[in-house]
Design a protein around this ligand. Structure first.
Ligand code: ZN
Length: 148
């Protein structure tokens, strides 16, 4: 049982994808992505460059999805900081999802959205980024719990 610390602001907390691997893999099964591999990397950007991925990334890219060696794969950033999250949500605040951004302010809510967004790239047919966000907000169900 985690002890509450005065002044603790969980919105500043990093989320660590590897810690949540069992919950992420359960989510994959929930949505029918039974053969999806999860990779957790220190830099998604460097991973994508190294593997000559056609997906456009930058040093703050939190996740990508694609097909590698014939199987679906989702690559997530190992340490998802408040800065990484704000770079993603800043784009949403000026778009169609301004109302929804508050739902993913907490690190684990953000992580769930990120995983669902990347999964949408694999589940939907040629989706836009907005299609993936819309699908992720529809499927979001507060699956990830903090066990620390
Ligand atoms: Zn995307």
């Amino acid at each position: 049982m985690a002890r509450r610390v005065a002044g603790w602001n969980s919105e500043r907390h990093d989320s660590r994808a590897e810690l949540h691997r069992p919950q992420i893999e359960r989510l994959f099964r929930d949505i029918g992505l039974t053969d999806c591999r999860l990779l957790v990397e220190d830099s998604v950007h460097e991973w994508a460059v190294h593997h000559k991925s056609k997906i456009k990334t930058n040093p703050w890219t939190a996740g990508i999805a694609g097909i590698g060696d014939g199987v679906p794969v989702i690559v997530l950033l190992r340490r998802i900081t408040a800065e990484v999250r704000s770079r993603v949500t800043a784009g949403m605040e000026i778009g169609d999802f301004a109302q929804e951004v508050a739902r993913i302010a907490q690190p684990l809510a953000f992580l769930e959205h990120l995983v669902l967004h990347e999964a949408a790239h694999l589940v939907l047919t040629e989706p836009s980024e907005a299609d993936c966000d819309r699908w992720a907000f529809q499927k979001k169900a507060g699956r990830f719990q903090d066990h620390s």
